[in-house]
Design a protein around this ligand. Sequence first.
Ligand code: GLP
Length: 260
Amino acid sequence: MEVIIRESTEAACGMVAQIIARSVRGKAETVLGLATGRTMENVYGKLAQMHQSDGLDFSFCRTFNLDEYIGLEKDDINSYHHYMTEHLFRHINIKPGNTHLPDGTAKDLKAEARAYEEKIRACGGIDLQLLGIGRSGHIGFNEPLSSLMSRTRDKVLAPETMAQNGPLFIGGEMPKRAMTMGVGTILESRRALVLVTGEEKADILAQSVEGPVTSRVTASALQMHPSCVVVVDEAAASKLHDRDYFRWIYENEPEWDALR
Ligand code: GLP
């Protein structure tokens, strides 16, 4: 795991957008794993801009989102389908048929979960998985005590997650369950790219990166990912013990020369 501390939220989001763009330029058929949440809005805005002004081409990309609420129709304003359309898909040249999110309205949720895993496999697996961290320490909606070997399935959301995401709901109640890729699914991505910003995430970030690997904080499982980059701003980094060490690695790692 590598932790990159950037001077501002803007710089952290810019770096994440650049890493995604580099992956898409390097392999036109990149399979992207995508995340939702407030943190990612800035990144998607930047990718849309790169498409519009620099011609960043998404026409061969395939995408798989981490999760979706159970019971929300695709066109529900509170669904992650709607979020992705509004923040990214309608601004770039991705083919709608190449974008995938779990169907939270499926009658047979277990069959839908299996089919989602199968679709990821059929596309050759996820090249680059974008992730945020929720206040409960979740990645996707893998709430505390999710198995670190889990696959896509339906999950009951933690009260902390209800409190975090509830205020975002417009004109309807937040569902108490979601369909999410499992921790095991996420760990199989070829590369994981985590973005964490803001002081309110400082504590959970420190637990995830420097604490023990534990199902109580499912983001900590990323310590076992073979290629995981965590990009954070100064505020989120404020409770990391080894900040100077992370800076040293970043400054001396040639991979980042072009993105500094
Ligand atoms: C939701 C998503 C997570 C995301 C989290 C962070 O709960 N399921 O994948 O990491 O939001 O949200 P925010 O960026 O709004 O803090």
